[in-house]
Design a protein around this ligand. Sequence first.
Ligand SMILES: NC(=O)c1ccc[n+]([C@@H]2O[C@H](COP(=O)([O-])OP(=O)(O)OC[C@H]3O[C@@H](n4cnc5c(N)ncnc54)[C@H](OP(=O)(O)O)[C@@H]3O)[C@@H](O)[C@H]2O)c1
Length: 234
Amino acid sequence: MDVNGKKAIVFGGTSGIGLATARRLADAGAAVVAISRDPSKAGDPGPGITLEQCDVRDRAALRTLFEKQGPFDILISAATGGDRAVGPFLEMDMDGYQGSFDKLWGYTNVVRFGAGHLAEDGCIVLVSGAPARRMKPGQIAIGSVGGAVEAFVRGVAPELAPRRINVVSPGQIDTPMVALKGTDREAHYKKTTAGHLIPRAGTADEVAQAVILAVTNDFMTGTTVDVDGGWLLS
Ligand SMILES: NC(=O)c1ccc[n+]([C@@H]2O[C@H](COP(=O)([O-])OP(=O)(O)OC[C@H]3O[C@@H](n4cnc5c(N)ncnc54)[C@H](OP(=O)(O)O)[C@@H]3O)[C@@H](O)[C@H]2O)c1
């Protein structure tokens, strides 16, 4: 797909990986709508990007948004959905564990209600995460969610064809998701990537590059692209 002149909808497009993706799409000539619960966090997102407010967990609001914004060619979600539980499963608060799946419900809402507005040659990209296939201690909640996202994409790809759907799976990426500042932030990323083949956090733009690959390569569907600095081999 040539992105130039296309319309793209990016949920979670106001921060981190989603915002970097929105910027790359806009730079390539797409008209981009970046969406989150509080889009003001994007500040001035730059030319070619307009902001909209919507919570991906709110099905009625999503249907209204899609009615307003459709038709479109590119549908992306990097929206985290809500809070994630961290820690050993046998000590886990089960409401927290179940709440972690807001990411999955948000993604599945976006596909369920967005697909009907997507062009026949359009494509969808969702974002999972390396813990889906290699969990570190304490990551069972987000790992379970990521695994479900990847299984969902493989399962729904035949229904969506000829429209395409793929997953990009980031490793440890330096985004506003981590609130730490200064030396605490540096120490966090140093510690969490120490055993990786590329021992640093990735950038949001490095992940956005892979999202653009999944958008532009017309022979890719139902698959996962890892952008993880070698996390899966560490
Ligand atoms: N950063 C990493 O190391 C990493 C690693 C692996 C996977 N990932 C995955 O990559 C994706 C993007 O993460 P990120 O690091 O870019 O995070 P981020 O900078 O915190 O961005 C998350 C985006 O999702 C939006 N969002 C969250 N809940 C939402 C909801 N219920 N409805 C609509 N929008 C919502 C946020 O905006 P509002 O708060 O305004 O809604 C924000 O725009 C996530 O799925 C994350 O799990 C990240």
